[in-house]
Structure formats: C-alpha cells, structure tokens
Ligand binder design. Structure first.
Ligand code: ADP
Ligand code: ZN
Length: 205
C-alpha cells in the first residue's frame, strides 16, 4: 500500500498519518519531521533548512526528493508507506512518478478560516510526536509525560505565508491526482476518529 496525504497546513495530516500507518502496518514518512530531526541534530541540511522553514517557504525539490529516495528503501517500507507533507510541488509529484506507483492520494479538506486557528493553537509533544489543540491539555503536559511546546513555524506571520505557499504550489496536486484517477477526498472538519473512519472506509470501499 502506497499512499499520500494531501491537505493544507493544519488539516490534520500528521495526526491521521500516524493512525493510518499503524492501522495498515506501513511506514509513516513525514518530510517535515525528517527536516526537524535534521535541525535538532544541527546537520548541514538542518542548518540550511531552518531559516527556510521559519519563513514558511519550501525546501528545494532536489533536497526533498533525495531525502525521500533514501527513505523508501529502508526495511520498514517493505509493506508500503504513507507520505505526509510530500509531495508538495508538481515537480516533486513528477519525480515521485519516476520512482514508484502510488495507490491513492487522500485530500483532507478543511475550510480555510479554520486553519489559522488550528495551527496557532497547536502544541507538540517532543517525546511521542503527538499534536494537540492547546485546550486539550491546558496544563501543557502530554499523557506520555512530554512537555508540550509550540513549533517555531506555528506563529501567525509564518502560518499566513505557509497557507499562501500551499495555495500556490501544493493545492494544484489535487488536480494532478484527480486526473490520474488516484484522488480520494475526505472531510477534515470533524473529530479525529470520524476523519480516520472516513479515510479507512474510502480506502477499503
Ligand atoms: P505542515 O504540514 O503543518 O505545513 P510540515 O511539518 O509538513 O508542516 O512541514 C514544515 C515545513 O517543512 C514546511 O513549511 C516546509 O518549509 C518544509 N517541508 C516539509 N516537507 C516539504 C516538502 N515536501 N517540500 C518542501 N518543503 C517541505
Ligand atoms: Zn507525548
């Protein structure tokens, strides 16, 4: 099973990706998480990516495509994988077509005016990687014990640019996969469980 999760920043890709990957026993490949790991380890790639990400711009296609090529040959990808945050440009989608076939691209739809509120209220767990709305754990602690924090690029200024970049560069992928007969659409303006169930129903239907 080879899947792609599409959707704007804040649509809930990361949360759904973790659930869908564990449901089907496939690898969850988040290019955003991979870049943040590079930043934490202060690698040359991480140092280069940090300022781009903090501005809400996209890291270059070459870098991302190289990262993904190395990732999908790892043993945990043997049963399949789910991309979260990749591809993000038509160029990345075309490069992916040269590497492998994709079964479905799942677009998680959320009304535009809900996205800014969702992202500005998002808190992350450094230990388990979960994302929460700030109101879910106002005391700032994850059930796993991790101390919740806000991502550097989740501030209002950067979020506005990320949404603009999404509209210009990533939203065209919806048509790209629709014309190839690979697109599934789900309503992301619902509870996490409801969205997960709709994705599973469409995949298995
Ligand atoms: P979100 O889905 O919430 O926008 P991600 O964690 O997927 O956030 O990505 C964070 C940032 O990492 C992006 O704004 C971008 O700068 C960079 N990035 C992640 N994936 C890609 C990609 N496929 N191509 C280019 N840049 C990427
Ligand atoms: Zn946690």
């Amino acid at each position: 099973m080879r899947l792609i999760l599409l959707g704007a920043p804040g649509a809930g890709k990361g949360t759904q990706a973790a659930r869908i990957a564990s449901r089907y026993g496939i690898a969850h490949i988040s290019t955003g998480d991979m870049l943040r790991a590079e930043i934490r380890s202060e690698t040359p790639l991480g140092l280069m990516a940090k300022s781009i990400i903090d501005r809400g711009e996209l890291v270059s296609d070459d870098v991302i495509i190289g990262m993904v090529k190395n990732r999908i040959v790892m043993p945990d990808c043997a049963r399949g994988f789910l991309f979260d945050g990749f591809p993000r440009t038509i160029e990345q989608a075309e490069a992916l077509e040269d590497i492998c076939n994709i079964d479905y691209a799942i677009d998680i739809e959320v009304p535009f005016d809900r996205l800014i509120e969702r992202i500005s209220s998002r808190r992350m767990c450094p230990k388990c990687g979960s994302a929460y709305h700030v109101s879910a754990h106002p005391e700032g602690l994850c059930p796993c014990g991790g101390k919740l924090y806000q991502r550097d690029d989740d501030n209002e200024e950067t979020v506005k640019n990320r949404l603009e970049v999404y509209g210009e560069k990533t939203a065209p992928l919806i048509e790209f996969y629709r014309t190839r007969g690979r697109l599934l659409t789900v309503n992301g303006d619902a509870s996490v469980d409801t969205v997960e169930a709709e994705i599973a129903r469409k995949l298995e239907g």
